[in-house]
Design a protein around this ligand. Structure first.
Ligand SMILES: [Zn+2]
Length: 474
């Protein structure tokens, strides 16, 4: 990357000091901000807590047009918008389902008058034609996609609206893009670029290694043991903590258990409305994290078959219209759930049987597809299902391994430098398991005594072009 102009560096430093009251940027933040201000489409892979929001807030302050921030979590959006306004950093509007009708209309009117510098919305809102028309009037110069890994294949199962962000960017006239994510394998990075139609995005990956994170795995054999172990950990820990659960049901059960044990606990998950997210919890927050739900989806998800794809395509042909929307197609496919229909439409578009016009309506591409074409498209999903299953296997292998937990994680994310031996802080480093005869496969532990009091050196941060590569525990 070319060095920024000295005037640019000075401009950044001045805004940082005067507007944000900060003396210096972290290295990763600086490189992302410089990339954005140099006009590049950028994908920043930065761990949670490394100051990702500043990476768009500072450019938003300097850019002429408005910045659109697309975020899947309403509570975080609310928090960010309020901080920007209260801190006098930028005028901000948020548009989401937690607003009253009056507040929503006021926000939309302000956006239409181009009065807001930063606009927060959910992916579902972003992709509606009416909102896109409003955004066009507002003059968007930068689009920020938070939790960008949801755009990758995982998004197909999770929030179908993420599938449509690429088309929405087209409709907005392809403004500059900043995608943010905490962790992404090379495969996911390549997929994000592909899905957004920006395969050449500058990728700034600050590395995932954090020496202050100490990983431990506790083996349990049933949910009761799992809850008891979690409760014990809460009792043994001081201060505020977060318990992540794999399902809403598990989060609710854990929450109840903690309350009964006299702990100050509150609960947040995707089915609760924003405002009830209990961010003022004193001790323990049971939090249902978006990503964790995906693992559950992987196990139960019904992937569209070639027959379903064919049915959706034939229904589209039967409409006999020049263009049509998903809502117009739906009555012909009463048996097909809305999410499944979105997935089928996306696959037919990726398979070039459908395309989208400027108003985001679907249009037939012409030609007469053969059964093999549908089969080929469905096979892509079968392959994805297999990759998802492998992901689960990798999780099990991680839990059962006797190797350094950090080494396994760094290796999975392709971020392990050749000289990284072990973290000297995880359970396996601190008390290496002995090799034993067991029906379960336990990998050989590293020789004991290799760790000194000095923790491993964090890997250097990297800037690299997008490149696909196989990911997994190697
Ligand atoms: Zn370790």
């Amino acid at each position: 990357m070319a060095s920024p102009q000295p005037s640019q560096t000075k401009r950044i430093a001045t805004v940082l000091r005067k507007v944000f009251g900060m003396a210096a940027l972290r290295d990763g933040q600086r490189r992302v901000i410089e990339s954005v201000l140099a006009g590049r489409d950028t994908l920043a892979v930065m761990p949670t807590g490394s100051g990702k929001s500043l990476c768009y807030q500072l450019p938003a302050h300097l850019l002429d047009g408005a910045t659109l921030v697309v975020s899947p979590l309403i509570s975080l959006m609310k928090d960010q918008a309020e901080k920007l306004e209260e801190g006098g950093i930028a005028s901000a509007a948020q548009v989401n389902s937690s607003l009253s009708r009056g507040d929503e209309l006021a926000a939309l009117a302000a956006i239409g008058r181009a009065e807001k510098e930063v606009i927060f919305c959910t992916p579902e809102r972003m992709v509606t034609p009416e909102f896109l028309a409003l955004l066009k009037r507002s003059g968007i110069s930068l689009v920020v996609i938070d939790e960008a890994h949801c755009i990758s294949q995982w998004g197909h199962d999770f929030r179908p609206a993420y599938l449509e962000i690429g088309a929405a960017l087209d409709a907005l006239g392809n403004p500059q893009l900043l995608a943010l994510t905490a962790t992404a394998t090379d495969e996911v990075i390549a997929d994000i670029g592909r899905q957004l139609g920006r395969p050449r995005m500058a990728v700034i990956n600050t590395g995932i290694y954090r020496p202050n994170l100490h990983y431990r795995v506790r083996q349990v054999t049933n949910p009761d043991e799992q809850y008891a172990a979690a409760l014990q950990l809460v009792r043994d820990s001081d201060g505020v903590g977060i318990v992540y659960a794999a399902t809403v049901k598990a989060a609710e059960e854990m929450h109840e258990l903690l309350r009964q044990a006299g702990e100050s606990a509150t609960i947040y998950h995707g089915k609760l409305r924003a405002g009830r997210d209990g961010l003022d919890a004193e001790c323990t927050l049971v939090y249902y994290h978006a990503d964790k739900r995906l693992q559950q989806y992987f196990l139960i998800k019904h992937y569209p078959s070639a027959d379903e794809l064919k049915a959706v395509y034939e229904a589209a042909v039967a409409l006999g219209r020049a263009s049509f929307t998903e809502a117009e197609l739906k009555p012909l496919l009463e048996q097909t759930p809305a999410g499944q229909l979105k997935i089928c439409l996306k696959m037919l578009k990726d398979g070039k049987l459908l395309k989208r016009n400027r108003k985001l309506a679907y249009v037939l591409s012409g030609g007469s597809p053969k059964a093999a074409d549908f089969q080929r498209m469905a096979q892509l999903y079968v392959d994805k299902h297999e990759r998802d299953r492998q992901g689960l296997d990798q999780m099990v292998a991680y839990a059962q391994s006797g190797c350094c937990r950090w080494e396994l994680l760094l290796d999975y994310f392709g971020d392990c430098p050749p000289d990284f031996a072990r973290c000297c802080r995880c359970d396996n480093c601190l008390s290496p398991p002995s090799i034993q005869d067991s029906p379960q496969r336990i990998e050989a532990a590293p020789p004991a005594g290799g760790c000194t009091s000095t923790p491993a050196t964090p890997p250097a941060t990297t800037v690299r072009p997008t490149r696909p590569s196989p990911a997994g525990f190697r």
